[in-house]
Design a protein around this ligand. Structure first.
Ligand code: OGA
Ligand code: NI
Length: 367
């Protein structure tokens, strides 16, 4: 066949995958299509019996008791935060005050959203990266050569009144439950920001705190349906998060792995807890003291998994740069000033993998 005859066939094939993995699974997929098969070195390592070869032990991330931030133990908690952000780029938060219905309802209503007929979900599909609501699949479904086993719903969430009218109107309780969740996570983020700034010993940087309090919030709901051959693909490829902090809520199915000491380790889900991680903007702001660490998501053959990542950062109009309080003659800035349009242009023009974006902002000092 001549190339001109093949192209429409490939295009037709690709169109099918644009509808996402939930759609594929609802139509009874029994093998992973070639579009999702990763080159061998990028695959997770499973044994023949479909079981993941586990690292010696799942990783137990440092635990932060949120309630202790408000008591006499605060200095100790701040120290644990500082150490976790340097060593893991991640920590886990319990006793955060959202243990009750709010987080449970959020997971549950998101499950119901992904169970809606494809025609309803697809109303929110958009290739515009700055659309207030965007339903989609894979990581970047326009650019990805290999697709990952994930559908998503992205919701801009701050200021809420600006965005709420665009959020899905079905399920009928989606907006109210997701709005409560967004507000509560934002409050949690604000308490966390003060702790992070204090842990960097730059408590005087009120300007940064104020900017972050008025900053951007993007909620990403991830849906990972069971995958017939989980050893061939990933739910999400290795990436770092671009915001300041990500607050991740997961259901009780494991899947998140972080790169720790050059090994992929699975994070043990603690029901009701939040996994918090350093994003690229915090790495820049802390002038490299805290690291945004690569992470990825495994899928499995039996259990669907839902997670909600809330990405918080400076306002979309801000320039992100190392805190002036962490820069002096002995500590020159390690990163270029960075704005959101530069980032959006970067991610929409290529496969946003690994830590490419952050690498592109690094200043290499000649000594
Ligand atoms: C993300 C992410 C992890 C997960 O949304 O950026 O890394 O477990 N999610 O779904
Ligand atoms: Ni992430």
């Amino acid at each position: 066949m001549s190339p001109s005859m093949i192209a429409p066939v490939v295009e037709e094939e690709n169109k099918k995958y644009q509808k996402g993995v939930k759609h594929l699974c609802d139509n009874g997929v029994t093998k992973v299509p070639a579009k999702y098969i990763l080159p061998e070195p990028d695959r997770p390592i499973f044994t023949k019996s479909d079981k993941l070869i586990k690292p010696k032990q799942n990783l137990k991330l440092p635990l932060i008791d949120f309630a202790e931030l408000h008591g006499p133990n605060r200095p100790h908690v701040l120290q644990t935060i500082a150490e976790s952000c340097k060593t893991y780029g991640f920590f886990q938060v319990v006793n955060h005050g959202m243990e009750g219905d709010v987080s449970r309802n959020m997971i549950e209503v998101c499950k119901r959203f992904f169970e809606l007929p494809y025609e309803v979900r697809s109303k929110y599909m958009s290739s515009d990266m700055s659309a207030p609501v965007r339903y989609g699949t894979s990581f970047n479904q326009i650019k990805d050569n290999v697709f990952c086993w994930r559908d998503f719903l992205k919701l801009y969430a701050h200021p809420l009144p600006d965005y709420l009218p665009y959020w899905p109107s079905s399920p009928s309780d989606f907006r109210s439950l997701a709005a409560t969740y967004a507000k509560d996570t934002k409050e949690m983020f604000e308490i966390m920001v003060k702790a992070i700034i204090e842990s960097l010993e730059i408590d005087g940087d009120d300007e940064a705190v104020e900017e972050l309090e008025e900053g951007s919030q993007l909620m990403v709901v991830n849906c990972y349906p069971p995958c017939p051959e989980p050893e061939l693909t990933l739910g999400m490829p290795p990436h770092s998060d671009y915001g300041f902090l990500t607050l991740l809520l997961q259901d009780d199915v494991e899947g998140l792995q972080i790169l720790h000491r050059d090994e992929w380790v699975t994070v043990d889900p603690i029901p009701g807890s939040f996994v918090v991680n350093v994003g690229d903007h915090l790495e820049i702001f802390s002038n490299g003291r805290y690291k945004s660490v690569l992470h990825r998501v495994l899928v499995n053959s039996t259990k669907p998994r839902i997670s909600v990542a809330s990405l918080h950062s400076f306002p979309l109009t801000s320039v992100v740069k190392p805190s002036p309080k962490l820069v002096d003659e002995l500590n020159p800035p390690q990163y270029m000033d960075t704005d959101f349009p530069t980032f959006l242009q970067y991610v929409s023009s290529r496969e946003p993998k690994w830590k490419n974006f952050l690498e592109s902002r690094k200043i290499h000092h000649i000594r």
